[in-house]
Design a protein around this ligand. Sequence first.
Ligand SMILES: O=C(O)CCC(=O)C(=O)O
Ligand SMILES: [Fe+2]
Length: 350
Amino acid sequence: MESVPNVQELVRNDPLQVPESFLIGNEEEEDKLQSTADKYNPSSEIPIIDLSLLSRGSEEELHKLDKACEEWGFFQVINHGVATEVLQEMKDATAKFFELPLEEKNKIRMPPDDFQGYGRAYAVTQGQTLDWSDALFLSIYPTQYRRPNLWPTAPEGFKETIEAYSSGVKRIRDELLRCLSSTLGMEKDALLNLHQEVIQVLRANYYPPCKMPDKVLGLSPHSDTSTITILMQEDNVTGLQIRKEGEWVPVKPIPNAFVVNVGDVMEIWSNGKYRSIEHRAVTTESKSRISYASFILPHAEVEVEPFGHIVELSGSQKYKKVKYGDYLGSSLKKGKLKGKSHIETAKIGS
Ligand SMILES: O=C(O)CCC(=O)C(=O)O
Ligand SMILES: [Fe+2]
């Protein structure tokens, strides 16, 4: 860990220098160029879900949600009821935090045996290309998993801001999990109960600008090991891309909307009906970007396996039973995630 540089500091010291450990290989670079950004405008096709309609029991919106999870694994949520001021305060305070001097941020530096605190998005194993990003990672709910000594004390009021933001995300999370229980043919609280404890962790990703944006990746292609992930991105910089039919599709920010994606747990539970889609973050030459990912996870003891009624409908069980803690643990040990390689380990026949 010691040897992994802080990216923001690298850029502060010398904006023109990109150390070799960050340079992506030729293969990755070719893949990177396959972005469809210039061909057509596919981002408008990423489904938009109106949460207020879902809350009012709209069958039509529920059907849209079901199709979004099946065909895209990604959608944007509007009319979610979290106040714009709460979102803006979170953005302002987090930006101020990352602007602090390194010594200040290092007061809550991620310990080697923990994933919480200020550090990197993934553990780094030898030989892996490094991602062009730093991160602040905090366990939010249930509150007993918090490590208060790894929560930022500056800027003033940041803790309360994180609290207000996260409680907004929690409401969205519960509403979506209820709706997804319905779309999967179960009673409303089924998914919430199956988590045993619904765990919510927050990662703020900071991507400094990079003078060679085509030579690095902010976050390498991966799928999330969560049930779902609820992400806020900035309004004025595009960085998130998702893999759709082999091409990289940018997710253009809709002001104040959340981007939600299906994670590996949902893919397993739904026997592959809902897909955990590979995504990545790219950097830009002149603007930094911050994204805010709330990962929703089941308790470590939960045995995740495809639902019987869905297996019956689809004819065969496609995934094995995995204990969530083991699944997550082995993924973290691998360090940086490689596309969808981890969920392959849960597939029957792997
Ligand atoms: O920065 C983004 O938009 C993507 C973040 C992400 O995929 C993650 O934190 O897992
Ligand atoms: Fe992700």
